[in-house]
Design a binder for this molecule. Structure first.
Ligand code: GDP
Ligand code: MG
Length: 442
């Protein structure tokens, strides 16, 4: 498989200088193939490969990773970034109801999504209502009523007098009803066709004009592969949309659709639907999608481990430095701090340290957010200040406090603790052999 091929071809090269052009090209072309296999659209793949190549060429040499691993790490980071990182929130209207319109091909999962989204919103304290504006299929209204009931969300359906046979009228009266009855969110389900067709697109556009949605979500079946781009383009042009929902991610689709749609339309993926049950629904996670597209879970884990092992080596060097005559600086401390954060919860770490007595108590009260504050302070110092904190006079401390969004008192307190910690760590390193570097600071 791909990850084996990649690791095998670069096994010998760990830490051997800068990534060579040949290494980069070989890895990038393998990645290209992986993306095409995942149904990412060709123009998107091209642009992506180019930017990865660019980034790889300027990457610093890593001591921890071999060239292939380094490129894969870059690819993964780039994927996550392009996929939008953390999904954005829904845009809610200033004056409720917020109107959310769903659009997409028939079978994409709109009706199911209406109920899922309704249920999710209800759990967050909103009062949603669903509107059955798909009058195309004979059972569409009933289907929405059934799933709406399962979700515990009321459904506005056409009845004689409010526009039987006219989806635009139903949508309009639905939103009016929501306004009258003070529902906070209206989700408008619409009709789709198997293929893109002008009449359907026009109907969706008419509904859009009638309800003036705050969000139009394009619902896309992740299994449709290469057709994703054509479909997304057609909907972008015919109706326009503000966000994307990917459905059927429980299937074996590699999820390239996400990248294609994002790449082609620039619209963010907000939610992922992962099954037929109403609870099979979540905010979109770019990192999960990235590893799904690359299908390199193993290799990414490997990369993480290699980096951790390397960090451990650095930590030992640091311990030696503390024990010896070398001066433990704030710069060193910042490195330590980042490693601590990488290692995860301090409290979890505590469980792995035998016989830490007093220290343990200290850690029990440990607030992980404090790490961020300390980091902000150290980050706001110049390199010179980090290596030689003695130069920190009043005005420097003031500048640091401003830069880190803290107060001079906090900066002073940190410096005091830093001095104490240095002394303590020196004692610990000389005595017990190995302490937890940086820990006395917090
Ligand atoms: P619509 O035509 O766009 O309204 O699509 P539907 O909501 O009627 O969904 C079409 C079919 O896909 C139904 O059988 C759903 O149960 C199914 N479906 C919808 N979303 C998902 C999903 O995320 N995973 C799976 N496996 N099936 C889904
Ligand atoms: Mg439907």
């Amino acid at each position: 498989n791909l990850s084996d091929r990649l690791t095998a071809s670069f096994k010998q090269l760990r830490g051997k200088g800068r990534l060579s052009e040949a290494d980069i090209d070989a890895t990038v072309s393998e990645i290209r193939r992986a993306l095409l296999d995942a149904d990412v659209a060709l123009p998107v793949v091209r642009a992506f490969a180019a930017s990865v190549r660019e980034r790889a060429k300027s990457a610093e040499v890593s001591q921890a990773l071999n060239p292939a691993q380094q490129v894969i790490k870059i690819v993964n980071a780039e994927l996550v970034e392009i996929l939008g990182g953390e999904a954005r929130d829904l845009h809610f209207a200033k004056h409720p109801p917020t109107v959310i319109m769903l659009a997409g091909l028939q079978g994409a999962g709109k009706t199911t999504l209406a109920a899922k989204l309704g249920r999710w919103l209800r759990e967050q304290g909103h009062t949603p209502m669903l509107v059955a504006a798909d009058l195309q299929r004979p059972n569409a209204v009933t289907q929405l009523q059934v799933v709406g009931e399962q979700a515990g969300v009321p459904v506005w359906a056409p009845e004689p007098g409010n526009g039987v046979g006219d989806p635009v009228a139903v949508a309009r009266s639905g939103v009016q009803q929501a306004r009258d009855k003070q529902y906070s969110v209206v989700i408008v389900d619409t009709a789709g066709r198997l293929g893109i067709d002008a009449e359907m697109m026009q109907q969706a556009a008419d509904i859009r004009d009638a309800v003036d949605p705050d969000e139009t979500l394009f619902v896309l079946d992740a299994m449709i592969g290469q057709d994703a781009v054509t479909t997304a383009n057609a909907f972008a042009e015919g109706v326009g949309f503000s966000g994307v929902v990917l459905t059927k991610l429980d299937g074996d689709a590699r999820g390239g659709a996400a990248l294609s749609v994002r790449g082609v339309t620039g619209k963010p993926v907000l939610f992922a639907s992962t099954g037929e049950k109403l609870s099979d629904f979540e905010r979109f996670h770019a990192d999960r999608m990235a590893s799904r597209i690359l299908d390199m879970g193993d290799i990414l884990t490997l990369i993480e481990q290699a980096e951790k092992a390397f960090d451990a080596q650095q930590a030992e060097e640091m311990a030696a430095k503390i024990a010896g005559d070398g001066d433990f600086t704030l710069q060193d401390f910042l490195v330590q701090l980042n490693q601590l954060k990488k290692m995860g919860s301090m409290k979890k770490m505590l469980g792995m340290l035998p016989g830490m007595g007093q220290m343990r108590e200290q850690l029990e009260n440990f607030d992980e957010r404090e790490v961020d504050r300390v980091e902000a302070i150290v980050n706001s110092m110049t390199p010179a200040e980090r290596t030689n904190p003695r130069i920190l006079n009043g005005s420097r401390r003031q500048r640091i406090a401003r830069g880190s969004g803290t107060t001079v008192t906090e900066v002073n307190a940190l410096m005091e603790r830093f001095d104490q910690a240095k002394t303590m760590m020196r004692q610990m390193a000389r005595g017990a052999g190995r302490g937890v570097p940086g820990m006395g600071m917090l």
